[in-house]
Design a protein around this ligand. Structure first.
Ligand SMILES: Nc1ncnc2c1ncn2[C@@H]1O[C@H](COP(=O)(O)OP(=O)(O)OP(=O)(O)O)[C@@H](O)[C@H]1O
Ligand SMILES: [Mg+2]
Length: 292
């Protein structure tokens, strides 16, 4: 696939744009795993009054890969994913989804494209059971009655496909689940809607060791199903366990975007805290192949 020329993804950091291992001098976008991007943002700028929360952000997310979105508090991570989820509309810039320019004017447009977002507060209802949560607002009906059997079957199947085995009953109230199990239900809810891209805002922030491992497994399962996963995390150990790509936001700007192999913990922390990156490290580590 030929993507349009985009000088902003050329390699090497500059004051005008992010360092990127995913660019070539002819401007064609390239990736480490020979896949085309599922989502590209071009020059996304989002302001809240006088605050420019995002400035000229060019992000690339590939299908079947985990992209970690890193950055310090207030860097703009949540704002960026809210733009992708249709909660905020950027003042400037363009989004390309599956090769087509899109305007994501509301959450329904995002879900219609297959972009599902799992927020940190998860937006699950504690007083409803797992099935009711998974079908909330999109209940299945049969002759205008709720089709409980079909919903149960689909819910059970989706959880099984995601290898979620620790839930005792799918009729259990969500309020009685552990943090990791709640995360799994929220992800299952997203995946059930034929998600092509799942965005997760700090999915392991409040979890213990075993539950974190379960959520990381869930992320790997999504990836193996060809879904693009965009995950925000402050935990670099988690990031290095699952990420294929890392994008770092610094004060609203995309400071660097590169395959995970271009980073170690130290350079990731350096990029997060200074917004800078050594381009030689990227060139030495990145495997860059052209998209056909
Ligand atoms: N609704 C809003 N109204 C006004 N300013 C906002 C709003 N949402 C975010 N901001 C501002 O935009 C900037 C980016 O915030 P954002 O929540 O995206 O950061 P973040 O990277 O997610 O940080 P954290 O790691 O703390 O979650 C901050 O300066 C924040 O104060
Ligand atoms: Mg945030």
């Amino acid at each position: 696939m030929n993507l349009p020329a985009d000088p902003s993804v050329e390699a090497g950091p500059s004051s005008a744009g992010p360092a990127s291992a995913a660019g070539r001098s002819d401007g064609r976008v390239t990736t480490a795993s020979n896949t085309k991007w599922l989502l590209e943002t071009k020059g996304i700028t989002k302001r809240f009054g006088a605050v420019e929360a995002l400035s000229d952000v060019n992000l690339h997310v590939a299908p079947g890969e985990v992209t970690a979105l890193l950055g310090d508090n207030g860097a703009g991570k949540s704002t960026l994913i809210k733009c992708l989820a249709g909660i905020h509309e950027p003042e400037e810039g363009q989004m390309i989804f599956d090769g087509h320019p899109v305007r994501i004017r509301g959450p329904k447009v995002a879900t219609g494209l297959g972009i599902e977002t799992v927020y940190q507060d998860l937006a699950l209802c504690d007083n409803l059971d797992i099935v009711q949560n998974m079908f909330l607002g999109r209940e299945l009906t049969n002759s205008r009655l709720l089709d409980e059997d079909s919903m149960e079957k689909q819910a059970r199947q989706t959880l099984a496909e995601l290898s979620v085995t620790t839930v005792r009953s799918i009729r259990q109230l969500v309020g009685s689940l552990s943090g990791g199990q709640r995360q799994a239900v929220a992800v299952a809810k997203a995946v059930m809607q034929n998600a092509r891209m799942v965005i997760m805002d700090e999915p392991t922030a409040a979890l213990g060791v075993a539950q974190t491992a379960m959520v990381l497994d869930l992320i790997r399962t999504l990836r193996s199903r060809g879904i693009a996963v965009l995950v925000i995390s402050h935990n670099l150990n988690d990031v290095f366990k699952v990420a294929d790509h890392i994008a770092v936001l610094y004060l609203g700007r995309l400071a660097v975007e590169a395959p995970v192999g271009a980073f170690d913990q130290q350079s990731a922390v350096y990029a997060i805290t200074t917004g800078r990156f050594d381009p030689n490290t990227i060139e030495a580590s990145a495997t860059v192949q052209a998209i056909e």
